[in-house]
Write a new protein. Structure first.
Length: 202
């Protein structure tokens, strides 16, 4: 099974791949072009989710690769009880958390995306740079990284992955009430953090 490296490439999605069900079918059949399109459609979201857990761009790339390898192998068993995006996020979250557990020393979650923006003289934007494009978004990510994992993950799934409360509850094995409660707490903490950075403009 061929999995394409996570790097920006230009491609044209043919009409035969525009239908998600058809795309999944072709991926199961081992169609290389379908697999590439499948990965390209979801790679940014999966990388961002992995990075939010691992706080390391290199390891997040590897986790994203592992996610797609796992997902492609499991596609024949995929059932539409949850959205494809929620299903992929569940796999990515499990892969990322497993990687985190295997680390001999787990760094505290104050390491932020600033390392990404210390890289200079790049001719073309990298995947990391395409994820966060403005100074305000950098500040949001830095503030998010100051949250504990259970509150940061809720925010990432809700506002960056744009998943429904029901889907988040399913992914994290929580009640919808708990999701709402954590969202409220995370939003308030984030608001306070951003207000300290930007003053009353937030």
């Amino acid at each position: 099974m061929k999995v394409f490296p996570l790097a920006g490439v230009n491609y044209t999605e043919g009409m035969e791949y525009s239908d998600p069900a058809r795309l999944i079918e072709r991926c199961i059949e081992g169609d290389d072009q379908a697999i590439e399109i499948f990965v390209r459609r979801h790679e940014t979201d999966i990388f961002r989710l992995a990075f939010s857990v691992l706080q390391d761009s290199s390891e997040a790339h590897e986790a994203a690769q592992d996610t797609f390898i796992t997902a492609l192998k499991a596609l024949p068993n995929y059932q539409e009880r949850s959205s494809l995006k929620a299903w992929l996020c569940t796999i990515a979250l499990n892969v990322s958390r497993n990687r985190l557990r295997k680390r001999k020393v787990v760094e505290k979650l104050h390491h932020t995306l600033t390392v990404v923006f210390q890289i200079e003289t790049r001719k073309q934007p990298t995947l990391e740079e395409s994820v966060i494009e403005t100074e305000k978004e950098k500040a949001v990510w830095n503030a998010l990284n100051e949250l504990d994992e259970k509150h940061r993950m809720i925010m990432v799934l809700r506002y960056f992955q744009e998943l429904a409360i029901r889907e988040i509850a399913e992914i994290l094995s929580l009640s919808e009430g708990t999701v709402h409660s954590r969202l409220h707490t995370a939003r308030e903490r984030l608001r306070i953090a951003l207000k300290e950075i930007h003053g009353d403009k937030v």
